[in-house]
Design a protein around this ligand. Sequence first.
Ligand code: MG
Length: 388
Amino acid sequence: MSTSRKRVAILGSTGSIGRGALAVVEAHPDSFEVVSLSARGNVELLASQAARFGVKRVALVDGSRRGDIPLGIDVAVGPEALLEIASDPEADLVVNALVGAAGLAPTFAAIRAGKRLALANKESLVMAGSLVMREVARTGAALIPIDSEHSSLFRCLRGVPPAEVAAVVLTASGGPLRDVPESEIGAARVADVLRHPTWSMGEKVTVDSATLVNKAMEVVEARWLFDVPFDSIEVVIHRESIVHSLVRLTDGTFLAHLGVPDMRVPIQYAMFHPEPAGVSFGECAPERLGALHFEPLVHRRYPCFDLVLDAAKRGGTSPAIAATADEVAVAAFVKGEIPFGGIAGVIEETLRAVPGGAASDLDAVLTAEAAARDAALASVGRLHAGRN
Ligand code: MG
């Protein structure tokens, strides 16, 4: 009975999506077997996950505590170790749950190794969408999105003739600051920003939900995943996070996909695909939903949204520069080094300081990332110094 189990490698197993992927395995032990895991530095959780799921191979990006992994488990260290997990010969399915630019190279490694790739890492498609999709086409690899809106669109668009699709619509909760008066947004406290109204997610994504950089990145993801032009991708604020996406058809009608706001649902979908998944994490009962609200996005509340999306529309390495600047700025905000309102300034300064170029290959993107990281750190340094 266990011969047909999918063998899974999970990149970023100690984060929010990684833990969700392990919850799927735990709920379906007859369908999945975990062969390898990776973490940045959370050795305690990684070791306990490895013990619980009988995993013999792990990667630690920060290798300083490799000695704390129990004997009998093969440990690889450093950023290159992520590439080994992504192309683990023992794995059929790779879940890329890494946060930030660190997820890009492992995405390529998994695709090139012919894995099925369940992708949660947004930066892979934001920084190098055209290169990733070209590699998918070249290798015939299966790429299944985990991001809830894209998982939902992936399902909505099946069987719809492309000529009938007028636009795809991503819903946005509006994030943790959606009801804060506009004049107070710039000084929002870290604790308030990390309190998301509808979704339980990691720190980076939660801050990105407050700036709406998350949604800008999702527009870019949709552009590449579904091969739709930017002007056919719309965003609408939907407070309840029940409708995950909509497809606007040419005759003015819509298709919608509804589900409970629990990331384990799209994670499970991606991991089971193309097999159907059962109900494991809550069912969306229409009679209990109550009212669903939709409202237009007020752009002036979310300056980062337009900054990142405009960079993506310029193309080349510009989106990689914007995404990297955001990553640096968010980390600085969470550490209390810059105000919430400073995130937009860091992105803007970095885009001005680092010239965009052609994203001709992965190296060109990674070179732009390194330059953007330096420029963004310098920008954070100036803001930090200015505050003290
Ligand atoms: Mg999302």
